[in-house]
Design a protein around this ligand. Structure first.
Ligand SMILES: [Zn+2]
Length: 163
């Protein structure tokens, strides 16, 4: 079970991930984390009434893609949510960089479709927390397969006769 980097701890007071960990990277910076955050904020009436996100999520639960569409239309709540996720991701990646000093980090998953909405916040957190930054900044790039990497990998695993 080595390399479960998505479950490194960032905020013990934070929300829980699908495995029940409070404040791990995945609970703060993933497509499902953003969708959950929006769902909870909507239920609590914490999203402004004129929010684009509310208009998009009238007949189905909010998804990360809706948060991206809302942010691109100027929705300040959605944009702040993306930037919080980017900041959390930057803090988590800083811990990984400080431990392993990689030359490149390839990111997959639901966040990659909205890269421009959170990458700036991620880089700010990296500048604050990665000891090698910016002198030896590593390359951080989206995976070519985006959100499908896990699915394609699992299919190849099966096709290879390993499962
Ligand atoms: Zn976790």
């Amino acid at each position: 079970m080595a390399g479960e980097l998505g479950h490194i701890l960032l905020d013990p007071a934070g929300p829980t991930c699908g495995l029940g960990h409070a404040g791990c990277l995945e609970a703060l910076a993933s497509g499902s984390a953003l969708a959950r955050r929006a769902r909870e904020a909507m239920a609590a009436g914490a999203i402004p009434a004129d929010s684009v996100l509310l208009a998009l999520a009238t007949d189905r639960p909010p998804a990360a893609s809706m948060l991206a569409a809302a942010a691109l239309q100027g929705d300040t709540w959605a944009l702040a949510a993306w930037q919080d996720a980017g900041q959390a991701l930057g803090r988590g990646l800083a811990s990984i960089i400080n431990t392993l000093d990689p030359e490149r980090i390839v990111l997959g998953g639901g966040l990659t479709a909205a890269w421009d909405l959170w990458a700036g916040a991620m880089h700010e957190a990296l500048a604050e927390n990665a000891v090698t930054w910016p002198d030896r900044a590593c390359d951080i790039v989206p995976a070519d397969l985006g959100d499908d990497g896990g699915l394609v990998g699992a299919a190849l695993w099966v096709a290879d006769g390993r499962a």
